[in-house]
Design a binder for this molecule. Structure first.
Ligand SMILES: CC(C)(COP(=O)(O)OP(=O)(O)OC[C@H]1O[C@@H](n2cnc3c(N)ncnc32)[C@H](O)[C@@H]1OP(=O)(O)O)[C@@H](O)C(=O)NCCC(=O)NCCS
Length: 172
């Protein structure tokens, strides 16, 4: 598995990835608006805008999205690293969001994706990351624990009305 920055050369895989989520009716995590985007080209422009403080869209924090490709360059998941926290991310959202396409779950991909993303987080200058998940999301909690997550607390997120667990991973 490897993480790559989104690029038009992966368009076909991105289109199929999005179609799988549309068919499943599931919300996409880690794809920063891919599901709602009018086209892949539009999404790629937005992903680029989000890389820098000077161009990130209002209300967002700068962030880096990565495509997770398996050894056949099949797109299995997406992971997004926020370069800094704002009030919402500090309390509920954390630094890193991720998702694996429904057909590729329970094969260890999220665990591998997060491990690779932690290296990218070091490159972005972070020394510790906050990662959160809903209390009922056992797969995500295990993904965080598999990567050395230390549980801090559980809080009620009024935005999606769920209990959210907050974990920290120290880098370096
Ligand atoms: C959560 C999610 C990312 C896990 O992806 P994945 O590739 O299936 O995760 P992994 O294969 O690395 O599994 C990690 C561990 O969780 C377990 N697990 C995965 N899904 C599980 C589930 N639905 N129920 C119970 N355990 C689960 C795995 O068996 C594995 O356990 P192990 O470490 O003891 O072997 C994936 O289910 C997903 O995309 N869900 C929707 C989006 C989401 O919830 N994102 C996270 C937001 S916080």
């Amino acid at each position: 598995m490897r993480l790559v920055s989104p690029h038009i050369r992966y368009k076909e895989e991105i289109v199929k990835y999005r179609e799988e989520f549309t068919a499943s009716g599931e919300q996409m995590h880690g794809g920063v608006g891919l599901h709602q985007s009018e086209s892949i080209e539009h999404w790629l422009r937005m992903v680029k805008d989000h890389l820098r403080e000077s161009t990130v869209h209002p209300g967002r924090v700068p962030n880096s999205v990565f495509l997770a490709l398996d050894e056949h360059d099949h797109l299995v998941g997406m992971i997004n690293i926020r370069h800094r926290l704002n009030e919402y991310y500090e309390k509920y959202g954390g630094h890193i969001g991720y998702g694996v396409r429904p057909s590729e779950r329970k094969k260890g991909f999220a665990t591998q994706m997060l491990a690779l993303a932690l290296k990218e987080a070091v490159n972005l200058g972070l020394d510790k990351v906050l990662i959160t998940c809903s209390t009922t999301n056992i797969g995500s909690a295990k993904t965080i624990l598999n990567n050395g997550g230390i549980f801090e607390n559980e809080v009620f997120d009024p935005h999606d009305r769920t209990m959210t667990q907050r974990y920290w991973i120290t880098l370096k």
